[in-house]
Design a protein around this ligand. Structure first.
Ligand SMILES: CC(C)(COP(=O)(O)OP(=O)(O)OC[C@H]1O[C@@H](n2cnc3c(N)ncnc32)[C@H](O)[C@@H]1OP(=O)(O)O)[C@@H](O)C(=O)NCCC(=O)NCCS
Length: 406
């Protein structure tokens, strides 16, 4: 233990909503505001003490009609002082883990003492868009088409393949079958329900209660909306693949979700000075990028890069979180980390996403990096300690990894 260690002192997320669920018209920034308020309220931290807020969000079309700088807007709306420094980060699904890494860097360099790393997304609230060429500058005569940025997440417009398509092809290349992906996806839901039954998803741990005033009754959410019970493999096997992917279906992909997450990090010496109990230490962080098609490999590559720096191996950790961007991503990356050894691949699967993953919980992309980090941290806390590694991939093969010790 070192006074300059970066520690986590508070971590919270909203329940994650379904695409067509209760939060479908709530602005992502409003979810971000609520998570930001709650993460400081839980430890009675005066927002004046927070030097910087890093906010991940990566579907700008959703908040576009509220103009730019969402990080600045959420900090002001959450009652943070006007002097608070903030930064909006778009590193696709990695964004809120990038926020954590940049926060660690700022604290280690002495630029900041206390940072909030957070993220929010609402994929159900993404508007349909009319392009300037067609609408603002006018189609002299005729209808104005609307475009859906959620469709294939837009990547194909610039000549890249949809991520679901790439993930499926890479899974086939790595010998991870559709059947295996469906099994993993089913287990994501069953592990979630087992964890929920054991009280791991009660409000007060990683989850906060959401109450959003509306004209009539408020929206109240205390549970994730996406986990499905009563699933079976035959039903999943019968689902059609999406976006031309050879293996990815609505069953073995996460949904298009809503939610926010936030974590307060600071140096151990600052936590001591404030009398705050560190929940976990961030031992290392790394980022990487690779060939756009091979997004499924990038969590493994980022973990390898981080361990090359720390001198550890995947065998040194008690739990692993690899974001279920698709079941294909988690399975391909674990296979790479296992160096293709079937017994080791199975052993790694057994300690990965032990309380369910994004397929069950949901994947509100900008919020997921911090979500998997805190889900892992709370699990280690319940176990009385240990070490965990979390990694996430982002569009066109970007990766973030983080090593956490409790
Ligand atoms: C895959 C995707 C296109 C599906 O969208 P959708 O059609 O709105 O999804 P739904 O939840 O309505 O599911 C479609 C159907 O599959 C069924 N289904 C979904 N999961 C199932 C499961 N586990 N078992 C059985 N059936 C299932 C639904 O019941 C629904 O059936 P219905 O049409 O009879 O009602 C969408 O969720 C998506 O794009 N996900 C990926 C998001 C993404 O790319 N994130 C970033 C990663 S990098």
């Amino acid at each position: 233990m070192n006074a300059n260690d970066v520690v986590v002192v508070s971590a919270v997320r909203t329940p994650f909503g379904r695409f067509d669920g209760a939060l479908k018209t709530v602005l992502s920034m409003d979810l971000g505001v609520l998570a930001l308020k709650e993460v400081v309220r839980r430890i009675d931290l005066d927002p004046k003490q927070v030097d910087e807020v890093y906010y991940g969000t990566c579907i700008p079309a959703e908040y576009a009609i509220y103009t730019n700088v969402p990080a600045r807007q959420i900090t002001l709306l959450a009652g943070f002082p006007e002097e608070n420094i903030s930064l909006t980060i778009d590193r696709a699904c990695c964004s809120s883990m990038t926020a954590l890494r940049l926060g660690c860097r700022a604290i280690k360099s002495g630029d900041a003492e206390i940072v909030v790393a957070c993220g929010a997304e609402n994929m159900g609230n993404v508007p349909l868009i009319a392009s300037a060429a067609k609408a603002r500058w006018g189609s002299r005569l005729g209808h104005i088409p609307l475009e859906d940025v959620l469709f294939e997440l837009g990547y194909s417009r610039k000549g890249f393949a949809p991520v679901a398509t790439d993930a499926g092809h890479v899974a086939v290349e790595y010998g991870v079958s559709r059947e295996k992906q469906d099994e993993w996806a089913l287990a994501s839901h069953t592990k979630y329900f087992a964890a929920a039954k054991a009280g791991k998803y009660e409000v007060g741990g990683e989850l906060m209660r959401l109450e959003i005033p509306q004209k009539k009754a408020p929206i109240v959410l205390e549970k994730d909306e996406s986990p499905r019970d009563n699933l079976n493999l035959e039903k999943m096997a019968a689902l059609k693949t999406v976006y031309g992917s050879p293996t990815v279906t609505a069953g073995n992909a996460p949904g298009l979700n809503s939610g926010a997450s936030a974590m307060v990090i600071m140096s151990r010496k600052k936590a001591d000075a404030l009398g705050l109990k560190p929940l976990a230490t961030i031992e290392a962080c790394a980022c990487a990028a690779g060939s756009p098609k091979y997004m499924a490999c990038v969590p493994a590559q980022t973990i390898d890069k981080m361990f090359a720096q720390t001198g550890q191996t995947i065998d040194d950790v008690d739990v692993i979180e690899i974001n279920e961007a698709f079941a294909a991503v988690t399975l391909v990356s674990l296979k790479m980390l296992a160096k293709d050894d079937p017994a080791k691949w199975q052993a790694l699967q057994d300690k990965t996403n032990v309380n369910g993953g994004a397929i069950a919980i949901g994947h509100p992309v900008g919020a997921s990096g911090a979500r998997i980090t805190m889900t892992m941290m709370y699990e280690l806390m319940r176990r009385g300690g240990g070490t965990g590694v979390a990694a996430i991939c982002g569009g066109l093969s970007q990766g973030e990894a983080i090593l956490v010790k409790v």
